[in-house]
Design a protein around this ligand. Structure first.
Ligand SMILES: Cc1cc2nc3c(=O)[nH]c(=O)nc-3n(C[C@H](O)[C@H](O)[C@H](O)COP(=O)(O)OP(=O)(O)OC[C@H]3O[C@@H](n4cnc5c(N)ncnc54)[C@H](O)[C@@H]3O)c2cc1C
Length: 562
């Protein structure tokens, strides 16, 4: 049985940064990923990472922008930590080899991002995530004597001892289908978000909420689950992202009448207001008949000098050409709000500790909560790195103080039985992909930019029905080698659990704040709802709702205008 001080599930930016920190602290580390680490979804991150590094900027300004962006739901102690530690983290990345853009005078270059009062987004063209991910992967190789990489292994379940402490996980080797127990003194979940529960989404096929559901199933609390971010600029149909970097470089939003409509919604910040504000503005234009008949508006990147676009936004030039047939350097492209990011996740403190002893979470799987009701663009990469590192350091220190636990093997037989049951299902039920399709379309219809009680209740009923149907969904592949059919069936269960918790939290919050806009409760209501909604399973059939206070250190809630 593989045994390590620290077991990290997920090898995106959060997982790799946690692994590096734990290895640097002397721990023996295992890092598991269901895909090759550099294919983790962090590779898609385009526009950049925030840090108040410029001497004229300050971490306090970054923190205030983040608090305001969160619509005052973010925990200010965690936000202070993130923004204070950001400049050192950015310099660390540069020193280990991330080739951040430099301006002609040799200084690190920045671009503006939404909701920020200063240009503080550092970037590598529009492949920032890829650049950082590859450098971290190279760094991990230096630690090969104490760090084992399990690439293309799929975690199915978290394990607990009799006292409820998390002591490891059960994982399936995708190459041959065999199951293994991984034993650990500390487990860090870094398994990313849950975008595939929506359709369309900017998130890749692997982003299926596995870690959120696995933690929820063993009793961990989830927090802020109702807060799902719709990004203002995604391609109609396939959901591909056009990075906020485009608006940061100067692109405009126009309705079908050619009007720069953000003047009416956010006259000071225009296209660079917070994402929730811009997405609502676009959707209002579309709903009130000022968009195009296919439910889109224009993003006009021709406002950016062509040379600059080709240098700094080359990936979206390719996306426009290949997936919309549009040369964005010469004509506007049709876009609309699309599901992008989940602010909620496994509730943690600022060292990544969850409500389950021995279990940490970092990155998009986690909710610290630094994003509250709405994440600012380029704050997610920062979140993955700061809280990935802090989790790795804390877990390594904890591991030094305890013996290796012994994990019971008995659970493996249960998991094997449930996988065999999937493989031997009677043919005839709907396919996994058909159920997933209905789930995604349902969430996008009833739990998107605008929500109301009736729609959310309808969505909830559909998800409950799909939860009953999913265990009967038939699969075609009965083999053991790279059986993605089996994995798809397991992932569907995770997505349904996550969707259910999102809907329950969205029904519960009877106000409008950040990404949760209730047309039946259109105002923010600090008296009753300046609090987090916590969701847990606790053995019940339906999610259990609790509340926890928002931590306010120095910024009292104010009216939020841009
Ligand atoms: C198109 C796009 C562009 C973006 N651009 C930006 C940007 O410019 N700036 C910014 O700040 N944010 C951006 N974001 C958001 C940001 O990229 C993500 O929030 C962040 O990268 C998530 O990192 P992570 O490490 O938490 O998860 P991921 O990178 O998604 O990694 C998850 C890891 O977990 C593994 N895993 C998952 N489930 C299992 C399982 N069951 N068993 C084993 N392994 C598992 C996966 O294999 C993977 O290694 C963007 C997001 C998208 C979709």
């Amino acid at each position: 049985m593989p045994s390590h001080d620290v077991l990290i599930i997920g090898a995106g930016l959060a997982g790799q940064r946690a692994a590096l920190a734990a290895a640097n602290a002397g721990a023996s580390v295992a890092i598991i990923s269901k895909v090759h680490p550099v294919r983790s979804h962090s590779v898609a991150a385009a526009g950049g990472i925030n840090a108040a590094l410029n001497p004229e900027d300050s971490w306090e300004s970054h923190a205030f922008d983040t608090v305001k962006g969160s619509d005052y739901l973010g925990d200010q102690d965690a936000i202070e930590i993130m923004c204070r530690e950001a400049p050192d983290e950015l310099l660390y990345l540069e020193h280990i080899g991330v080739t951040f853009h430099r301006s002609p005078d040799g200084h690190l270059g920045t671009r503006a991002f939404g909701g920020a009062s200063a240009a503080r987004t550092y970037y590598v063209a529009d492949i920032t995530g890829q650049a950082i991910l590859h450098v971290l992967y190279e760094q991990l190789m230096k630690h090969h004597e104490q760090l084992d990489r399990y690439e293309e292994w799929f975690t199915t379940d978290l394990l607990q001892d009799e006292e409820g402490r998390c002591t490891g996980a059960i994982c399936r080797n995708l190459r041959d289908g065999h199951l293994e127990v991984f034993n650990a003194k500390a487990v860090i979940l870094a398994s990313g978000g849950a975008g595939q529960a929506f359709k369309p989404t900017t998130n890749g096929l692997i982003v299926t909420g596995d870690g959120i559901a696995q933690a929820y199933r063993i009793g961990a609390k989830l927090m802020d689950m109702e807060m799902v971010q719709y990004h203002p600029t995604t391609l109609a149909g396939n959901g591909f992202l056009i990075t906020e970097g485009a608006r940061g470089e100067g692109a405009w939003l126009l309705n079908a009448g050619g009007e720069r409509f953000m003047e009416r919604y956010a006259p000071n910040k225009m296209e660079l207001a917070s994402r929730d504000v811009v997405s609502r503005a676009e959707q209002t234009e579309i709903n009130e008949g000022r968009g195009f008949p296919d439910g889109t508006v224009f993003l006009d990147v021709t406002k950016v000098p062509r040379k600059r676009t080709l240098e700094a936004l080359r990936e979206i030039v390719n996306i426009g050409r290949d997936f919309a047939g549009v040369d964005i350097t010469r004509e506007p492209i049709k876009i609309r709000p699309g599901m992008h990011y989940i602010m909620g996740g496994v509730k943690t403190d600022s060292d990544g500790l969850t409500t389950i002893p021995g279990l940490y979470a970092a990155g998009e799987v986690a909710c610290v909560s630094v994003h509250g009701g709405n994440r600012l663009g380029a704050n997610s990469l920062l979140d993955t790195l700061i809280f990935g590192r802090r989790s790795g350091e804390h877990a390594a220190a904890q591991a030094k103080t305890m013996p290796m636990p012994t994990t019971a093997q008995s659970k493996v037989a249960d998991v094997q039985r449930s996988i065999d049951a999937i493989i031997h299902r009677e043919p005839g039920g709907r396919r996994v992909s058909a159920i997933k399709d209905e789930l995604g379309t349902t969430m996008n219809q009833y739990c998107a930019v605008f929500r109301d009680a009736e729609g959310l209740a309808t969505g909830y009923e559909i998800v409950r029905r799909l939860k009953e149907e999913a265990p009967k969904a038939s699969i075609d592949d009965h083999g053991t080698v790279f059986n993605q059919d089996v994995i798809g069936a397991i992932e569907l269960g995770y997505m349904l659990d996550v969707a259910e918790t999102i809907l329950v939290a969205a029904m519960e919050r009877k106000e409008s704040r950040g990404a949760q806009y209730r047309t039946d409760f259109p105002a923010r209501n600090d008296d009753e709802w300046l609090k987090h909604i916590d969701i847990s399973a606790n053995g019940a059939d339906e999610p259990k709702v609790d509340y926890s206070p928002v931590t306010i250190t120095r910024w009292e809630p104010q009216e939020r205008t841009y």
